[in-house]
Ligand binder design. Sequence first.
Ligand SMILES: Cc1cc2nc3c(=O)[nH]c(=O)nc-3n(C[C@H](O)[C@H](O)[C@H](O)COP(=O)(O)OP(=O)(O)OC[C@H]3O[C@@H](n4cnc5c(N)ncnc54)[C@H](O)[C@@H]3O)c2cc1C
Length: 376
Amino acid sequence: MNSDTFDVIVIGGGLAGLTSAIHLAKSNFQVALIEKQGYPKHKVCGEYISNEVLPYLKFLDFDPFEFGAKKITDFELTTHNNKKIEARLPLGGFGMSRYEMDFQLFNRAQKSGVQILQDTVEDVQFSDDIFQIKTKTNRTLTSKITIGAFGKRSNLDIKFNRDFIKKKSPYLGVKIHVSGDFEDTKVALHNFKGGYCGVSKVENDHINLCYITNYESFKNYKNIEQFQEKVIFKNEALKTIFSSSIPQFERPLTISQISFETKNPVENHMLMCGDSAGMIHPLCGNGMGMAIQSAKLASDLIIRYLKADIDNRQALEDLYAKSWNKTFRLRLRVGHTIAYLFRQDWLAPKLLVLLRRLPFLVPLIIKMTHGKPIKI
Ligand SMILES: Cc1cc2nc3c(=O)[nH]c(=O)nc-3n(C[C@H](O)[C@H](O)[C@H](O)COP(=O)(O)OP(=O)(O)OC[C@H]3O[C@@H](n4cnc5c(N)ncnc54)[C@H](O)[C@@H]3O)c2cc1C
């Protein structure tokens, strides 16, 4: 095989890209992964990961607890007017920063023989059953299969003229790590007018504070500090955490244009994984779980295709689209409905009263936005 020809090329080295690359390299295929950023790097993310991915991570020889991930078993929710509910998480999860998790998976991928290139993919052409990938540094690579794992928004979405990229999205995300007091075993979702903030601890004992809001709420304030003081601090739990902790970043990380529009799981013959295929509302805390699970779905089918157990490309694409929709479509819909209901300031406190009266509903709702432990 020529040095720039691979069985599989993975575009994007977040959780979906890294886990699929490790899976395929472990099965002895020649895999290249192209990631535009270096490792390690902080990302805007709540950093609470559902335990449903643990069996699959074990299969990939990756144990998050080896790197100090926090076991999370308890859930707390407050409304913007400070009503609170607590519950035990049905399956639980763990807290690990993206800085550490992506970096350790990158190390694991290198050990498995994945060729990792730091470069930006600028074009993907498909003809004669072969993908040709062009990068910013003028490299051309070819492969039998390409996985699109380039996240929620990429230059390639514009290149492929994907529908969601044509619509403006009102959501933005802000994240900061702080040091202070917070239970290791808890993930909290504190709502404020126009958004919510996730709080949980990560491997190095820092507390991750990550919130999502919309421009409508944000635009009336001069800067993040003023927005936090005037809007976020109306939630007493958030006021306490923000004002009693010490920031560990020079300034918060921000991202904009977070879109929850429907996307296709197959695009230009690429199998799309993670946020590139569809994004669940972060309120559900399951985007990373879905990214990792979609990597497994794609990898299992790609292995069958490369071993000629699936006859042709159309069959591969149909099988992937079908299994992606079956596994995730309902989760996405439920997640977006819950987020919509909690965004209605008049309704959220009423919902909370209902959940307090019928507490068995909380784990049921969480289960509807999560999957079962991934079967190997
Ligand atoms: C505010 C917020 C809070 C969240 N909180 C949680 C949470 O608590 N729990 C949870 O499970 N999920 C959460 N999520 C969702 C979670 O962050 C995503 O679902 C997850 O990161 C998806 O992983 P991915 O691999 O698909 O994408 P990413 O991690 O975004 O990786 C995509 C990669 O592709 C690279 N890339 C893009 N274009 C190119 C290109 N052309 N060439 C090369 N590389 C490219 C990017 O640099 C990036 O590294 C949250 C999301 C947001 C926005």
